[in-house]
Design a protein around this ligand. Sequence first.
Ligand SMILES: C[S@@+](CC[C@H](N)C(=O)[O-])C[C@H]1O[C@@H](n2cnc3c(N)ncnc32)[C@H](O)[C@@H]1O
Length: 261
Amino acid sequence: MNDPARTARSEDPAGPVAAWRRLADGAVLLDGFHALKHAVRFGAEVPVAIAADRGAALALAGELAPDVREALAALLTEVPEGTYAALVPRPHPTGVAALAVRPSRAGSLAKLAHTPRTAPVVVLDNPRNLGNAGAVIRLAAGFGATGVVTTGTLDPWHPTVVRGGAGLHFATAVERLTVEELPPGPVFALDPEGEDIRSLRLPDDALLAFGSERSGLSPELRARADHLVALPMRPQVSSYNLATSVAMTLYHWSATGGAPA
Ligand SMILES: C[S@@+](CC[C@H](N)C(=O)[O-])C[C@H]1O[C@@H](n2cnc3c(N)ncnc32)[C@H](O)[C@@H]1O
């Protein structure tokens, strides 16, 4: 109890709860310790962060993320377990949750359009599965991709996508656009009928486009494509999962010249 941050915050448990209720609608939910850790590492603005056991959360930080322990100590307020559980859709095993400010669309669009580009933009053409979209954002963050653009109706900032992305939406530019609005750059569209990826070098300014889980690349995206690229696949296998296709393609980019940041 001699931690001043903890004492000051514990004395006013209504503070974070009121802030949470006020901000929850327009904010990005960071669900669990790892999502908060990643978001803080990549510069997210976090106006409120709560823990059912602040000491346990900071011990986890000391063990797994000492680089952000101090920042988390300044952010995290302890609330009773029941209060925490009432504020989140589903309690996380780490008992940690936070709200972050979504980066401005204008800022993300500027990052996506900036040239010369030093790492590709991943385009998901009308993706349907929220978990796939989250996994792709995590991959893009890991490989230092410029960003992830989705076309179609799926919201790439949907809470389930953010959960799948483990807080890494803040490490890359994430936006929804139409095919006509895609940023400049040669489009390498992934399709089993394309040219074998092993014979190609993917340039840093590429848009790497992937089709929908249901129906593959749309006619609009095909019309915009400069190259169709195939991942090696044995006959009789129809296709790979969307996120694993992105993983193989980003790996190929990194292994043939591009490099994770
Ligand atoms: C699950 S697949 C789509 C399957 C869909 N039923 C179809 O008709 O194409 C999702 C996306 O992953 C990429 N993909 C999957 N397997 C691939 C392969 N062997 N070569 C190139 N791209 C592939 C493509 O971009 C594809 O549109």
